[in-house]
Design a protein around this ligand. Structure first.
Ligand SMILES: [Zn+2]
Ligand SMILES: [Zn+2]
Length: 303
């Protein structure tokens, strides 16, 4: 099937004086172009992922870049067969990614952020003696895929990182740190936070895993599994050099990247479950959920 749609991912740290007004115009623009997706606007910038017909996404990129000060806006695009979202959501928040430093001063990546490495240099740096590779995403994301040798923090939310770092990496401040995330936005702040905490040698993967996977030279080398994405695809391939699968079925242990939600709605926990296990036992994370739900039928297993 011809892929006439495209999914865009982008962010920009740039002061926005009136986020409400900006969000309003974003909503209008997306509606006019028939785009669906999620956009977050804050005083510190904008973060978005949208899907739409190719011509509409082209126009969106054009309009966004014409907007004063946006000419350096980088869009990452994937071809698709249709929309990757069910609706359009444009929200105004206090931060485009929430580190939630509260009383402490927030990180402004415009002033403090780790040195940006392109994919080739990041690959080289990962192979340096003593390098500490830090996955800047949540556990449910790194469970689907991560860089070989990376530390994948057991966190549910990005705002849990400051505490996790203080508890787990306090002795590593002299080691070179390499951070990475999906598209680069979280590392802008995460690497700045590490520097503020006294880490001396902090680098970040510019453009994130998505860019690393598209780079014609590294082609995703040493990334294991898939990259978790926040749209209907859930996972996308990254590595065409030495690919592997890291996720395993929760029930039987076979390699499986089939990421589903527990069918007991109040639980809704994300699990890897192969299709034969689901057919036999239903889509549940545990015996308890299976009993509570009182049904093994697949029809009840929607998101
Ligand atoms: Zn299984
Ligand atoms: Zn469950």
């Amino acid at each position: 099937m011809e892929q006439t749609y495209r999914i865009l991912l982008y962010y920009l740290y740039r002061p926005i004086d009136d986020p409400d007004d900006f969000a309003c115009r974003q909503r209008q623009l997306c509606e006019d172009l028939g785009l669906l997706g999620r956009i977050i606007v804050a005083e510190e910038g904008i973060n978005g992922t949208v899907s739409g017909e190719r011509a509409a996404t082209d126009r969106y990129i054009e309009v966004m870049r014409e907007d004063a000060g946006n000419e350096k806006l980088v869009f990452k695009g994937d071809d698709a067969n249709g929309h990757a979202f069910k609706k359009l959501s444009v929200k105004v928040r206090s931060e485009i990614v929430t580190l939630n430093l509260g009383e402490e001063k927030d990180i402004d990546p415009g002033n403090l952020t780790g040195r940006r490495l392109d994919p080739a240099n990041f690959y080289e740096a990962m192979n340096q003696e003593g390098a500490l590779i830090l996955d800047g995403r949540n556990k449910y994301e790194s469970d689907l895929g991560h860089f070989e040798g990376a530390i994948c923090p057991d966190v549910e939310n990005f705002r849990d990182f400051p505490e996790w770092i203080r508890n787990n990496l306090a002795d590593a401040k002299d080691r070179p740190v390499l951070t990475y995330c999906t598209g680069g936005i979280r590392c802008e702040k995460l690497s700045g936070f590490l520097m503020k905490e006294g880490f001396k040698n902090v680098h970040q993967l510019d453009g994130g895993i998505v860019t690393y996977g598209k780079d014609p030279d590294v082609k995703g080398r040493d990334f294991k599994g898939q990259c978790y994405v926040f749209d209907s695809r859930i996972g996308v391939s990254v590595n065409s050099t030495n690919p592997s699968v890291v996720a395993t079925c929760r029930n039987c242990g076979v390699a499986s990247e089939r990421y589903v939600n527990c069918a007991w709605k109040p639980c809704n926990f994300r699990i890897f479950l192969c299709s034969s296990c689901e057919e036999r036992d239903g889509r549940f994370c545990s015996e308890d959920c299976s009993k509570l739900s009182g049904s093994k039928s697949k029809e009840d297993a929607g998101f």
